[in-house]
Write a protein that binds this ligand. Structure first.
Ligand code: ZN
Length: 386
């Protein structure tokens, strides 16, 4: 089964530099991008399905690196069913678990937290809500986890860990455990800033974050309570490898500060846009697009940089196959347009002025999932199917 996407207008491969596709057409085969070239080279009738995007903008499917998945397409935090499928209508085709901390009665003993992460990881290998790829199973760091436990988890497929919810007496106690998890090949995201929900730690400050040296400073702009401006400056300048995750459910002022400093210090590759949802802040299907529009219209990012921060930068930090429009990569593509009624004429121009682009097509894992988002406004144009 092949699918052709033709007449692409502006495009973005997802990479750090914000490059466009070398062409205006993509052919998908067996769930992957098989060819990139010119629409004039795609003969009608060559493919069982041809999607004419009529000059609209095409980018990689967005990757939300901070989603509190549990099991299935349900969040106990807000008692909402079907939220992941709804996020696909916001252009998100990959979610990365920020730990299954919202599972009711979640265990805190070593056997229980390992079982939880392993079960979540394995269940999302077989389940794609709305076509979304979910990287589930992020082990919650709790006292008692040993080097051997991390090795066992890694062997069972678990490759994510989250620090910040464990029953530790002080944030410093996380430091050796983060190092132990990383040594086993696990990608570690740590909470930063003030506590998120009742029962979590008061604050994880910049000194301890720098010593932990996690792969990712989770919601470095606050989840939802931010660090101080001085700490924001230090996390950018005193590390050159901790990824800086800017979330919609955080502090926007702080996100703008951190983005500005990262750009000034040639650290843009560390910036990732995410939502940190579902949380107390809610279920936000357009959270990725909103964070992108806010950081473009109020903050320093160009629309091209916002797309990189929501796709290719995330791919690089986590070592994912998704997030780039290149031959051989998973076929996760989103078409965007200026929304009806906007003064902008293209998706990127809409982002620049703070309007949410219309999601007019979502392809994930090689299959057409959405032709008109039920969550965004309609676009000025619509795809034509053949
Ligand atoms: Zn979170």
């Amino acid at each position: 089964m092949t699918v052709a996407v033709v007449n692409i207008g502006r495009s973005h491969t997802g990479n750090f530099a914000g490059e466009s596709l070398a062409g205006d057409a993509i052919v998908i085969k067996d769930g992957r991008i098989a060819w990139i070239g010119q629409t004039s080279d795609v003969a009608s009738g060559d493919h069982p399905q041809t999607i004419d995007v009529r000059g609209m903008t095409v980018i990689p499917g967005l990757i939300d690196s901070h989603v509190h998945t549990t099991f299935g397409d349900y969040t106990p935090r807000q008692n909402t069913v079907g939220f992941l499928e709804s996020y696909v209508h916001g252009g998100t085709t990959t979610s990365i678990s920020a730990s299954e901390v919202h599972v009711p009665g979640r265990p805190t003993d070593v056997v229980g937290i390992k079982a939880l992460a392993i079960a979540a990881h394995h269940s999302y290998r077989n389940y794609f809500p709305g076509g979304m790829t979910v990287h589930g199973g992020s082990v919650i760091l709790e006292p008692g986890l040993s080097d051997a436990d991390f090795v066992e988890l890694r062997q069972a497929g678990v490759w994510l860990a989250k620090g910040g919810f464990g029953a530790f007496n002080s944030p410093e106690e996380y430091i050796p455990m983060v190092h132990s998890a990383r040594k086993a090949g696990i990608v570690v995201m740590c909470h930063s800033g003030g506590g998120s929900i009742p029962g979590s730690m008061d604050k994880i400050a910049v000194d301890v974050l720098l010593e932990m040296n996690p792969n990712i400073a989770g919601h470095i702009n606050g989840g939802p309570t931010s660090l101080t401006p001085e700490e924001n400056a230090r996390i950018v300048s005193e590390s050159d490898e901790i990824a800086l995750q800017l979330v919609h459910a955080g502090n926007l002022r702080s996100a703008i500060d951190i983005a500005e400093q990262a750009l000034q210090q040639a650290q843009f590759h560390r910036i990732m846009i995410a939502t940190d949802t579902p949380t107390g802040t809610g279920v936000i299907p357009l959270g990725m697009l909103r964070q992108m529009a806010e950081l473009c219209s109020l903050g320093p990012l160009t629309p091209e940089q916002a797309v990189s921060a929501a796709t290719g930068n995330v791919s690089a930090v986590y070592g994912l196959e998704e997030g780039l429009l290149e031959v051989g990569r998973p076929a996760n593509l989103v078409a965007l347009d200026a929304p009806l009624g906007s003064r902008a004429d293209s998706a990127f121009d809409a982002l620049a002025i703070g309007d949410l682009p219309a999601v007019t097509m979502v392809i994930s894992r090689g299959e057409l999932r959405v032709t008109r988002s039920r969550n965004t406004p309609a676009g000025k144009r619509a795809v034509a199917l053949d």
